[in-house]
Design a protein around this ligand. Structure first.
Ligand SMILES: [Zn+2]
Length: 371
């Protein structure tokens, strides 16, 4: 039922609008124009000061014409670098860039699919609950848009985030949360040859802490790593400051919490043992989410896949997306494959078939979810 020609045309248009992270202004204006034209209500939040973008996140609402639970569809407007001056080429059913930029199918495949599904719904006056479409900024630079968005604007309790590699039909039911660890140990400076007993070696303290940490593979759903340790002094100085940067991830928030606290405990204990002090600590990059196959929303998406003629498949992800922030803010958010492939490289590609399938899936989900 979707208009395949219009969909491809829209996608090719969108990828030619430059929107590297923080430069999403023109892209937001174009989506707003396209969706306003079919009767969507448009809102832009005031997150720009916090995200560093030219624009806020874009919220579009198509009021329902039947009952049923509202549903949110989301995609991010920004692309990674090099994403300016994209010249898309369609060859044998595959869309690529000219080879000197990314294609930007991450995530304009999601954006175009949502816009086409909404156009189709309006054009054919299909029955649907209230549909909310959210287009975020700065996803590629730390999920900033979804972190600083205005969740009070969203009435839906469930969200389909169109932002994964893998063919249309792939459903990401679990993704890890992440803690970043930025810590510094402060010891005491002294002459290493004349009066070492007056010093506290920050390097020694830090190494003691790290040697007591459980790292790398903690369990099937939890990992931890130290990426950097830095301190540089002459050998005749007892080093007073040493810094550490690390991370941990888990698909379960309780395990993430436990691993983060364990790493902090090792640092605190070592500092206590040597009389050093600790600065810094953990910051939550994003929260984990995990849903089982029998979750009602997962079941709803599976049914929509079948209705769209797609084979559903469930998978877990190793990375974060806007869905992590949405989940942390009370939305049931799942990420769906759009067919984007080789993302973040200049070889990025997308098949026309996947673009069509993704739009058909969004349409099936939007119309199915009338309850
Ligand atoms: Zn993406």
């Amino acid at each position: 039922m979707i208009n395949k020609e219009r969909l491809l045309h829209t996608f090719l248009d969108y990828v030619q609008i430059d929107s590297e992270s923080t430069h999403e202004g023109a892209m937001a204006a174009r989506i707003a124009e396209d969706l306003q034209a079919i009767g969507c209500q448009i809102f832009v939040d005031d997150s720009a000061a916090k995200t560093g973008s030219e624009t806020g996140n874009l919220y579009c609402t198509l009021p329902g014409n039947t009952g049923g639970e509202p549903i949110l569809f989301a995609a991010h407007m920004d692309t990674v670098v090099p994403g300016a001056g994209v010249k898309p080429v369609v060859e044998n059913g595959v869309i690529r860039s000219g080879g000197d930029t990314v294609l930007g199918g991450d995530d304009k495949s999601g954006v175009a699919a949502i816009v086409e599904a909404l156009r189709t719904i309006v054009e054919h006056n299909l029955p649907h609950p209230t549909i909310e479409a959210l287009f975020t900024v700065c996803e590629e630079v730390g999920l900033r848009g979804s972190r600083h968005m205005d969740y009070s604007r969203i009435t839906a309790k469930k969200a389909a985030v169109l932002d994964s590699s893998g063919d249309a039909g792939k459903i990401i039911t679990a993704a890890p949360g992440q803690y970043k660890l930025n810590a510094a140990v402060i010891g005491r400076r002294a002459h290493a040859g004349v009066a070492p007993e007056e010093g506290i070696s920050a390097i020694q303290v830090l190494c003691d802490a790290v040697s007591h940490m459980n790292l790398l593979r903690i369990d099937e759903e939890t990992t931890a790593n130290i990426g950097s340790i830095s301190a540089q002094y002459a050998t005749n100085i007892v080093p007073e400051r040493a810094e550490l940067v690390g991370e941990c991830r888990s698909r379960r928030d309780d395990k993430l919490e436990a691993q983060g606290q364990h790493m902090m405990d090792c640092l605190r204990t070592a500092c206590g043992r040597f009389g050093a002090t600790l600065e810094g600590g953990l910051t939550k990059s994003y929260s984990a989410y995990s849903y089982t196959g029998d979750d009602p929303f997962v079941q709803e998406i599976i049914a929509a896949c079948r209705k769209a003629g797609l084979e559903p498949s469930l998978a877990a992800s190793g990375g974060g997306s806007d869905a992590n922030n949405m989940s942390a803010n009370g939305l049931k958010a799942l990420v769906l494959g759009t067919g984007m492939a080789k993302v973040h490289t200049v070889q990025e590609e997308l098949t026309v078939k996947n673009l069509e399938d993704t739009a058909a899936l969004v349409l099936a989900l939007a119309v199915t979810s009338e309850g």
